[in-house]
Design a protein around this ligand. Sequence first.
Ligand SMILES: Nc1ncnc2c1ncn2[C@@H]1O[C@H](COP(=O)(O)OP(=O)(O)O)[C@@H](O)[C@H]1O
Ligand SMILES: [Mg+2]
Length: 367
Amino acid sequence: MISQYQESLLLPARTFQSGPMNTTYEDVLEHIDSGILLFDEEGVLTFVNKQMYGILGLNRHSLLGCTLIHLLSNIQLNRFKKKQVLRGYREMMKKGKPSYEFVDEYGRYWTVSLHCGEEMKGCYLFTFKEISDYKLIEQTAYQNDSLAMLGKLSASIAHEIRNPLTSIRGFIQLLHPHLHQLGKEEYAKIILAEIDRANDIIHEFLTSSKPSVPQVAMIPVSALLKEVVLLTESEALMKGCEINFYPLQEDMIISGDIKQMKQVVLNMIRNAMEAITEKIDDSIGRIELGASREGAEVRIFISDNGKGMDICTLDRLFSPFFTTKENGTGLGLSVSDRIIKNHGGCISVSSRINEGTRFVISLPLIQ
Ligand SMILES: Nc1ncnc2c1ncn2[C@@H]1O[C@H](COP(=O)(O)OP(=O)(O)O)[C@@H](O)[C@H]1O
Ligand SMILES: [Mg+2]
């Protein structure tokens, strides 16, 4: 038995009439989720859909009949958009690129494609499509890729750095009796402890692509910060900066891996020192370190009056391998972020270019 639908499929093809049907095509174009601009062969805008005048922030009547020059002299079109239109014109019309990507003033990503030539009978068709979601997927894929690369690199770097450290450790042990005779035994102890710490840090850094289980212990925040200050004070002095440690009002205890915690604060102080050295003016470098209780959390702050960061740097700060330094690894903050997240906390940052940066680490307190 043939159903009514199947029967309709057997009917001869209908011939479509031009004319009234065009309105339907315009309706489709009007409601499509891309912005459309159609210029005729003389460069006059003959069609613009709803999405498009939304993107430009203008009404249809002020657009139809315009040329590009008219559009650029429209006082209702803001400066940012004018710049984008000009840039798009340069890329596509002058350089002949078939598509162009840009970020609008709200941080959304767009791609513009151009169709022209014979198939368009001399007209120029521009389609605008938002691609923020694709960009996000692309960035996540890039980050995952970097993390995978981090895993691969780790084995070779660990091998390269650990070997000389082992030799240094061996020779220091050999020197130990001589240093003892000189009454400088303390030096050997410090060097050995620092080498062990360096080894641990390398291990942590380079196995950071695999989530490691922290060695949990009770950590008094005050002791943690004091120790970090002790470790960095002389380096800071050499770099011409002072570290102001604000003694804590009360003793607060967090639970976690002390080596990892030290590593995080050390990373941040090192970054602060580097930001100070990179600053152009020669004002005194100042790093401030302290902590306070905020409900059931402790907020550890590390602020500096270094070179600060622009929005682009702030956006990518925690991505593995992101660095603005010639000899940077770009691993410090990505590893720190992971460590703090593993401890149930978070890192926030605020910064102003040429003024300084403030990092705040929030961690749950043991009551
Ligand atoms: N205190 C700071 N002031 C200015 N920029 C900073 C600061 N801390 C981090 N940054 C920026 O973040 C980037 C990434 O830091 P990080 O992950 O520690 O890697 P690295 O120090 O190897 O570059 C740095 O290259 C720098 O541009
Ligand atoms: Mg760093």
